[in-house]
Every structure is written in structure tokens, then in C-alpha cells.
Design a protein around this ligand. Structure first.
Ligand code: C2O
Ligand code: CU
Ligand code: CU
Length: 456
């Protein structure tokens, strides 16, 4: 599992050869030859953005904006992204929630070598599931995600979904001061608690924007939490909204209810029935307004609730024959904790093991080994006073029970494990590889709350 420079050079040669033999050169020269493939060139580079009125923030951007440009593909198609690193440090791209081969997963020293400044890397994979996903680096994450390297990845349903209108809303909470300058992305004292909070919330990079929606229509709102540490308590001041999908995966539509907790990394697809012209709805985080949705005139006839979205082709775990594995999530530090041998703080652990973010060999010691195509139940026990959005790479799992709330099972890639909660999730280990299993509160992940799970 340890990467060498040579292996990567061989990897690049492989891509070139593919281009010559498989008609890939044509593929690069123009889309029309292969309309079912989605081709992007994506550049990560520093650029100033305006978060605080009249002030500049030295963000890091994908495609010149933060959050980054929206990438789109259609279910079943191939997505190809030539990624170019113009940042001053190494990086990678991880495709959050996408089930893909390990060598496209973007984890440094596990999937690939970091992409060095000035270098490029070709990501190429097929998207099996429709839904709202996102992308971000998996290297020095607090700083890289914190500076803005986060972006939506939308996979459209194979057949028209019944939604005529949609909007993507990327929620991010920034670590900036009143002059727009960045403040610390991760402070040890906070990393040992709920995670270092930001202070300025934006929707698509704008603080409390007003978004116009067509009156009388049903609009799909794809809401993505791409922030480092904050769990949003989403609610709408008015209007009727139903949940159609959670973390990309369809559910039987149900009312949004009073409040939905959207942890870091999580997504929700809502259908919103837009009221009559001139009415406003607030999208809020608890009592705080994130955006104003304004109803504007449209010539279209009134829309109705679309049918439920078709299920994604995720293997159904067989709970009868599944083997149960237990994972304890614990606080392991003392507030004056010394750093480990590599200089990293380790405040958190899974089954007694803390991931050391500076140790490139951690993935060589997986916390669990699953047999390929085996069925598993993971019992997740949170022994701490803080909640953890627990995320698994490579495979989608089904949430089946909790000792805290009633669970209507659903498929997801991230489960928000509450304080002292024990929950059970189930999956079929159908993707061979070494997969990261971590809390998506970035400074928890970087101070121990990560592990590797191997499927052999
Ligand atoms: Cu959103 Cu390990 O990732
Ligand atoms: Cu992920
Ligand atoms: Cu956590």
C-alpha cells in the first residue's frame, strides 16, 4: 500500500497509452464524439473572493470560485476530470459519497500520491448512483477545505426525475475575521471538543443571499453542508417542503418537519413548493437566517409533487447472515495533551486507536478486515459528549437502528452519531480496497478520529 514515485509515473503512462489505444485522444479533443462522457478540466488555485463586504479573502478555489464549480454527470456515465494543482502545496481530490475504485478515491498514500504544485492528475470513474455529492481534498484538510476547496458534484437521474427546477445550495461556515482575513482553521482546544467553529455562514459563497424561485413551482433544493465543523439545524420559516433524498440516496418523500440536522459532509434534497409571487421564505440554521427565498412570477402552470426518486443500485445487506463489528468512538486526550511522535495532536480514537495524520503508514494497519461481498453490521458507539458525522469511503451503508431515535432505514455515506448514541449500520462489502472511515468534523478527523477498513 505504500506508494512510490515510480508507481505514479507508471500510472500516468498508463493513461497516455489508454488515450492512444482506446480512442481516448479523441475523447480529450472534444465532447461530441462521446456525448455520454463528462469531461472537465479543473484547476485549484488561490484567488481573492469577497465574503465580507468590501474586503478580500485570499481563498483557494476550484475553477476560480469557492465553493468550487459545480460538476455534473448523468447516472451510469463516466466522469473525467483532469485536475491541475496551482496551489502552493500538495493536494488530492476525494469524491465524497461516490462508489468508485480505490485508485480514484483521492486519499494520499492510499489511492494515489499527492498531486504536487504544478502537477496534474486525471480522475476517471463511472457514477453508479444519482444524487447530490461533493468533492474536496484529503490532504491538510482543515486548511484546504477551510480556504474554500469544496464543491458540489451532481449526478442526474438516468431518466427525467419529474423536477423541472432545481438549485444547489452549498452551505459553508468560514474562519474569517471582520477584515476577511482567515483565522485559525483548527485550534487544539476546540478540536478536542466540538471542532473549531467558523463565524461567517454563506450559501454558495454569499452571506445571507436572496434567491429567486418560480412561484407555484416545486423546486428541488440540493442542500450540501461543505463546512469543516458546523452541524446546521435546517428549517424553513414557511412553505411546504418534503425530503426526497438524504446524502444522495432517495427516501420515500416525507415532510421536512421542524428541523433537520445536517452535519459536515451531509446533504439533503428537498422539494419546496414555492408560494405565490412576492412571498418570502427564510432558510435558517436554528434561528439564524442563511438565505431568503423569494417567489417570482413565472408563465409556467403550477407544479405538483414529483414521484419519489428511483432507488440507487446499492446492494441490500442481509441482516440475518451479517456479521457484527463494533466501533467505539472515544475522546482520548487531556486538554494539555502532548503531541504524538510526529507532532500531531491525538484527542480522539476508534477502538483504542488514534489515527496520526502525519504518519503515512496508518492505512497499512486497518482497524477491520471485511471479506469481499460479505454482509456486515457495524455497531457505532459514541462514548463522547460531542456528535460525530461518521463517514465511510467506497461503499454506501444502510442505517438500521439507534438507541436514541426511531429509524426508518435509509442508505447513506455519512451518519450523524449523536452524543452517547449507539447506532447500527449495515452494508455489503462489495468494493475491494482500503477505505477511510472517519468523522467528518475535520479537526476531529485530523486529531485521531479516522481509521482504515480493508475489503479483501
Ligand atoms: Cu468527505 Cu474522507 O471524506
Ligand atoms: Cu468520502
Ligand atoms: Cu467527530
Amino acid at each position: 500500500m505504500t506508494f512510490t514515485r515510480r508507481k505514479m509515473l507508471v500510472g500516468m503512462a498508463g493513461v497516455v497509452a489508454l488515450g492512444v489505444v482506446g480512442g481516448g485522444a479523441r475523447y480529450w479533443l472534444g465532447r461530441p464524439a462521446d456525448p455520454v462522457t463528462h469531461d472537465y478540466e479543473l484547476i485549484a488555485a488561490p484567488a481573492d473572493i469577497e465574503l465580507v463586504a468590501g474586503a478580500k479573502t485570499p481563498a483557494w478555489c476550484y475553477g476560480g470560485q469557492a465553493p468550487g464549480v459545480e460538476l455534473r454527470a448523468r447516472q451510469g456515465d463516466w466522469l473525467r476530470v483532469r485536475f491541475i494543482n496551482h496551489l502552493p502545496e500538495p493536494t488530492t481530490i476525494h469524491w465524497h459519497g461516490i462508489r468508485l475504485p480505490l485508485n480514484m478515491d483521492g486519499v494520499p498514500y492510499v489511492s494515489q500520491l499527492p498531486v504536487m504544485p504544478g502537477e496534474s492528475f486525471d480522475y476517471l470513474f463511472q457514477v453508479h448512483d444519482a444524487g447530490s455529492f461533493w468533492y474536496h481534498p484529503h490532504t491538510t484538510s482543515a486548511g484546504q477545505l477551510g480556504r474554500g476547496l469544496v464543491g458540489p458534484l451532481i449526478v442526474e437521474e438516468r431518466e427525467p426525475s419529474g423536477f423541472r427546477h432545481e438549485r444547489t445550495l452549498s452551505l459553508k461556515n468560514w474562519h474569517v475575521d471582520k477584515q476577511g482575513a482567515f483565522t485559525d482553521f483548527s485550534v487544539p482546544r476546540e478540536a478536542a471538543r466540538a471542532g473549531t467553529p467558523g463565524v461567517l455562514s454563506t450559501v454558495n459563497g454569499e452571506h445571507a443571499p436572496t434567491l429567486e424561485l418560480p412561484a407555484g413551482q416545486v423546486v428541488r433544493l440540493r442542500i450540501l453542508n461543505v463546512t469543516n465543523t458546523l452541524t446546521y439545524r435546517l428549517n424553513l420559516s414557511d412553505g411546504q417542503a418534503r425530503i426526497y433524498a438524504i446524502d444522495g440516496h432517495p427516501i420515500l418523500p416525507r415532510p421536512l418537519g421542524k428541523e433537520y440536522w445536517l452535519g459536515p459532509g451531509m446533504r439533503i434534497d428537498l422539494a419546496l413548493k414555492v408560494p405565490a409571487v412576492g412571498e418570502h421564505i427564510s432558510l435558517r440554521n436554528g434561528p439564524l437566517r442563511l438565505a431568503t427565498l423569494t417567489s417570482v412570477a413565472t408563465a409556467e402552470t403550477e407544479g405538483d409533487w414529483p414521484a419519489p426518486l428511483p432507488a440507487n443500485p446499492v446492494a441490500e445487506p442481509d441482516l440475518e447472515k451479517a456479521e457484527t463489528l463494533r466501533f467505539n468512538f472515544e475522546w482520548a486526550g487531556t486538554l494539555s495533551a502532548d503531541t504524538g511522535p510526529t507532532g500531531a495532536f491525538t484527542f480522539w480514537q476508534i477502538n483504542g486507536q488514534a489515527w496520526d495524520i502525519n504518519d503515512k503508514t496508518c492505512a497499512d494497519r486497518p482497524i477491520a478486515t471485511l471479506q469481499r461481498d460479505g454482509h456486515y453490521i457495524f455497531e457505532l458507539r459514541n462514548l463522547s459528549q460531542y456528535q460525530h458525522p461518521i463517514h465511510l469511503h467506497g461503499m454506501t451503508f444502510k442505517v438500521i437502528s439507534s438507541n436514541r431515535k426511531r429509524i426508518d432505514p435509509w442508505f447513506t455515506d455519512t451518519y450523524l452519531l449523536g452524543k452517547n448514541e449507539t447506532a447500527r449500520i449495515a452494508l455489503v462489502a462489495d468494493n475491494p480496497g482500503v477505505w477511510m472511515f472517519h468523522c467528518h468534523v475535520i479537526d476531529h478527523m485530523e486529531t485521531g478520529l479516522m481509521a482504515a477498513i480493508e475489503v479483501v
